[in-house]
Design a protein around this ligand. Structure first.
Ligand SMILES: C[S@@+](CC[C@H](N)C(=O)[O-])C[C@H]1O[C@@H](n2cnc3c(N)ncnc32)[C@H](O)[C@@H]1O
Length: 218
């Protein structure tokens, strides 16, 4: 069964998409995409072990419309691909993958990213480089909060605020129960670490940002 996180990513993938999963690992997302009715998928991983496992898992599907490629990022992206998923890795790695082949990334119809770290930096990179946010979703699984972003290159750099980059422009507008839970948890952790007798300006500033966001102030 697909994890809650991968299921949420799959929800953004449509039957007519020509998909590449960068860092496909086990290939579970590709299998679910094929079961959803996709006609072309490419799994890419830069490590032999995960790709060999994907080959085993996808054995009954392999053919000209289902390909697995040992490669780095978007380097050997098939020309048929119009939709890319980059999930389950660090935000800085995702930035590197996109920036190393920026012209290929710019041509894609849809890019779905799910960074495990450095979400702020990734949001900022995407917006500064003309990738527009189309949708955001937060899910919770095994005591972890995950954020999934869908972007597309338009060349337009939107005027987003620091809070948009930290909390997500769509997520902070939606203010779901999960969003409030995640940031309340982080706020409480920071408050525990905060000692008013010590000079902890950076920590105090972070606390204030989250407090005002949770309070609904813009
Ligand atoms: C933790 S797994 C995540 C698997 C899957 N995408 C998911 O979300 O569950 C990360 C995978 O990305 C691969 N990977 C990391 N950097 C990569 C890159 N630059 N190009 C291709 N694959 C990469 C790793 O080898 C690993 O199999």
């Amino acid at each position: 069964m697909l994890s809650i996180r991968l299921k949420a990513i799959l929800d953004y993938i449509e039957e007519h998409d020509h998909l590449a999963d960068i860092g496909c690992d086990h290939g579970y997302l590709l299998i679910a995409a094929l079961q959803k009715g996709l006609k072309f998928v490419q799994g890419i991983d830069n490590k032999k072990g995960p790709l060999a496992q994907a080959k085993v898992n996808l054995a009954s599907f392999l053919g000209p419309q289902v390909i697995l490629t040992l490669s780095d990022g978007l380097e050997d992206l098939d020309s048929k691909v119009d939709t890319v998923v980059i999930s389950g890795m660090g935000g800085i790695n995702i930035i590197d993958i996109l920036s190393n082949n920026i012209h290929k990334a710019q041509k894609l119809r849809k890019i779905i990213v799910q960074p495990n770290t450095n979400i702020y930096e990734l949001r900022k990179y995407l917006n500064d480089n003309g990738f527009e946010f189309q949708s955001e979703k937060m899910v919770y699984e095994k005591k972890q909060y995950y954020e999934i972003l869908v972007v597309k290159y338009t060349g337009k750099v939107n005027e987003l605020s620091e809070n948009d980059f930290i909390f997500g422009p769509y997520l902070r507008k939606e203010r779901s129960e999960l969003f409030i839970k995640k940031w309340t948890l982080i706020l409480n952790k920071l408050l525990k670490a905060y000692n008013p007798d010590e000079k902890q300006e950076e920590l105090a500033a972070k606390i204030e940002i989250i407090r005002s966001e949770l309070g609904g102030k813009k």
